[in-house]
Design a protein. Sequence first.
Length: 187
Amino acid sequence: MDYRTDEPIRLTRDCQVVAVPAGHTLMLPQGTDVMITQSLGGSYTLLVPSYGGLFRLSNSDADAIGREPRPAETLPALGQALAGEALEKEVWQALKTCFDPEIPVNIVDLGLIYEMQIATMPEGARIEVKMTLTAQGCGMGTSIAADARNKILDLPGVVEADVQVVWDPPWTPEKISPEGRTLLGIH
């Protein structure tokens, strides 16, 4: 469910947010007026006029904007390290929870993921992802890559994750999945 709002919401407590697209963290004080521009992938994208930009709020802080935190994606129990096909499946699922704050389709269905590799290390798995953006001038690359990396690192058994933005081959709309085309109204 998308919780987009047209009316300001006042934060009920101080909240840490991540600046979009810069990626640095900031503490927004209680009483700051915000508007929700998108609520996909387990976080909220907030327009904060007094700070002049967009910021990502974690699902765990949803109460500060008057929303119930949504249930976490179903993952294997913590401590139960994943490997092989199970880990690969969960990495793809994690990537499907990553969104460009301006496009309501996940990065997998947009066709932005070019490669994903899993390497086994003595202490756990290392995941390497090569992804692109819809346009080279898009300023969201750092933010989207950081979101993807953090969600991969949250998977049981993953000890390292590297998400690189690449430009070859260039992205084209033909890379959008059938599901993404439906969401975007492209036939």
